[in-house]
Design a protein around this ligand. Structure first.
Ligand code: 5GP
Ligand code: ZN
Length: 111
């Protein structure tokens, strides 16, 4: 997808610090971290929001849990928040599905 920052990162057109990669997902460090650990688990296929995922896409998302488990062990964090924004009103800046993994400091309540 043209002009999508995450597609460009996936295609190595924009540099990033990749911590994990498989055929469906990559994990990078957020460029503007809000906590000591702020990772982005990015779906490699350009799908803007969760409700546009096909059933085939959805079946691949079980991996996200394994990826988080693996990274929490590697980076040694056990307490964390997962954030996933859909649409501008929800605060989504980049319309390409990704999960924020935020850890390493006390986080306030959401709402
Ligand atoms: P959203 O607001 O769409 O849920 O989250 C987008 C996230 O991507 C933001 O936290 C932002 O800091 C991060 N981001 C934007 N551009 C880049 C970039 O070029 N590289 C990396 N690593 N993160 C980015
Ligand atoms: Zn994209």
């Amino acid at each position: 997808m043209e002009n999508c920052v995450f597609c460009k990162i996936i295609n190595n057109e924009i540099p990033s610090e990749k911590l994990y990669e498989d055929e469906d997902f990559i994990v990078i460090k957020d460029i503007n971290p809000v906590a000591p650990i702020h990772l982005l688990v990015i779906y490699k296929k350009h799908v803007p929001v969760i409700h546009e995922l096909s059933e085939d896409d959805q079946r691949r998302f079980w991996k996200v849990f394994n990826i988080i488990k693996k990274l929490s062990e590697e980076l040694n964090f056990k307490e964390y928040r997962i954030v996933q924004n859909n649409g501008k009103q929800a605060g989504q800046e980049i319309p390409h599905i990704h999960f924020h993994i935020i850890a390493g400091r006390k986080l306030g309540k959401i709402g």
